[in-house]
Ligand binder design. Structure first.
Ligand code: SF4
Length: 492
């Protein structure tokens, strides 16, 4: 007789949430952890969440933190604190049915506790409700009197007054009613997660669940097993979601197999033609537009940082604060110079950013950008904050020429695969200007590099290395614009 009992896997809220996203994700996390690839965006999200949690703790100076990595001890410490005088508790830890949870914030009230989960988003999301249902169900099973369950999320109308005063940063949303029915499902979620872990690797193909609610860190592993035959899928059609879905339903997986008469707009027809022929299409109108513009011509690009918790007085959560610009100046055909600004990361960068930019772009000539709403909005925000700079900034805004709509209206190369971002267009026009040899190779990496420069513990050598990498990256962006404009002009 075989007395071997199936293993009863210990669970946590995070593991149950992984299972809710995709059973295979939890299975891989436990049985094939070596296949996980934690991306920069995963790490940034975790770091942001942790920092917002720390700020929430600062708002309750009489609170007590249950710290340490020994979760068994944390459960004991939590009970000891609960037995004493009632006070706010951070990271209170509970266990029931073999599931461990840590709660961000417990706030004492007359008959029990408000249970608060702190989130770095700016509203309550569906997955927060699942998260809170698990938390409160476990805490109640562990005999905690929970009178109310709340999500404390970032209030994006908060304006930081400075001096470390973050009162008002968080908005507390009462979700007690919303999750009351959901809590009854938690025992089934726990059972289902354990069954998955006790079985073989689930056979689940990549799909919509891989990005919902978060990008799955096993995507590279799962997509290896999927043979891709869609070299130019119907989804490359711009704003063509409905048509692409119809074509998919009809069995089309490659745009080149779709009959031309199915293309309903001239943009779709152009994408179809270029893809079918395997070569770029450039409308000479793009070049005529550019050729009509005078010299000097300026090509500018900004880098910004948007911290969830504002750093500088007068800024809001997630506000895009510019810290760097690059400018190529073309005084006559092919006579080009370059200048740049990069903040030192020690103080509010906005004023020195704007003053140096105003000097760099002079008073005449077109200012090329790629996706004007972004640069225009940053300049307008600074103009509102520094009225003495407003008229010069507005004059510069009035000279902006956006290369993105010119590209969108007039150019397509099959390798752009439905994207007109500068990183998609550039390799088709100037393949020698790749980004993949750069230490900082995209906007997200630029934000992270600047955040590291701002850290007081960053060593001077490292700071210099990041500084150089940022300068190189932003310069590459504006040089890319020069090359794109020249290419279009050459086709006039
Ligand atoms: S990549 Fe997709 S299918 Fe694979 S484990 Fe993650 S969510 Fe599941």
């Amino acid at each position: 007789m075989n007395n071997t009992q199936p293993k009863r896997y210990g669970l946590s809220k995070s593991r149950i949430l992984l299972h809710r996203q995709c059973p295979k994700r939890l299975w891989l996390k436990i049985h094939r952890p070596e296949m996980e690839e934690v991306t920069d965006s995963n790490q940034t999200r975790f770091a942001t969440g942790t920092y917002v949690g720390e700020i929430a703790q600062q708002l309750y100076p009489d609170g007590v933190l249950i710290d340490g990595d020994d979760l068994g001890q944390a459960v004991i410490d939590t009970q000891a604190i609960l037995a004493g005088e009632k006070r706010p508790i951070f990271e209170a830890t509970f266990q029931a049915d073999g599931v461990l949870i840590r709660n961000d914030l417990l706030l004492p009230v007359k008959d029990g506790f408000r249970m608060v989960e702190v989130k770095s988003s700016t509203s309550v999301k569906d997955y927060h409700l699942t998260d809170a249902a698990i938390q409160s169900w476990i805490a109640e099973q562990a005999n905690l009197p929970v009178t109310r369950v709340e999500i404390a999320h970032i209030d994006n109308s908060f304006v930081y007054p400075g001096g470390g005063d973050y009162q008002g940063l968080l908005h507390y949303a009462d979700i007690t009613e919303q999750i009351s029915a959901m809590k009854a499902e938690v025992p089934d979620w726990i059972k289902a997660a354990r069954e998955t872990l006790s079985g073989d690797e689930p056979c689940i193909a990549p799909g919509i669940q891989c990005d919902t609610p978060f990008e799955c860190s096993f995507f590279a592993y799962c997509s290896l097993s999927v043979e891709s035959t869609d070299i130019y899928p119907p989804e490359v059609l711009p704003y063509g979601g409905t048509l692409a879905a119809t074509l998919r339903a009809e069995g089309y997986t490659d745009l080149r197999d779709v009959p031309e008469e199915r293309m309903e707009t001239w943009k779709h027809q152009r994408v179809w033609r270029a893809t079918k022929r395997g070569q770029a299409e450039l409308n000479p109108e793009a070049g005529k537009l550019i050729a009509a513009l005078p010299y000097p011509r300026y090509y500018i690009d900004f880098e910004t940082i948007n911290p969830a918790v504002p750093i500088w007085a007068g800024t809001r959560p997630y506000m895009q604060v510019p810290f760097q610009w690059s400018c190529h100046t073309e005084t006559a055909k092919d006579v080009i110079t370059h200048c740049a600004f990069l903040a030192d990361g020690q103080s509010d960068p906005r004023r020195s950013f704007a003053k140096s930019l105003i000097d760099a772009v002079g008073t005449d000539g077109p200012i090329f950008v790629y996706n004007a709403p972004f640069e225009r909005s940053r300049m307008q925000e600074i103009a509102e904050y520094y009225p003495d700079l407003a008229s010069a900034l507005q004059a510069a805004i009035d000279r902006i020429v956006d290369l993105l709509p010119i590209a969108r209206e007039n150019y397509y190369h099959p390798e752009m695969r439905g994207s007109w971002s500068i990183k998609s267009v550039l390799p088709t026009i100037a393949p020698d200007l790749a980004y993949d040899n750069l230490e900082v190779a995209n906007g997200g990496m630029a934000q992270e590099a600047f955040a590291e420069i701002m850290q007081p513990e960053t060593l001077p050598e490292r700071r210099q290395q990041l500084h150089n990498a940022l300068l190189l990256y932003c310069e590459r962006d504006t040089l890319a614009m020069v090359r794109i404009a020249h290419y279009f002009e050459g086709g006039a």
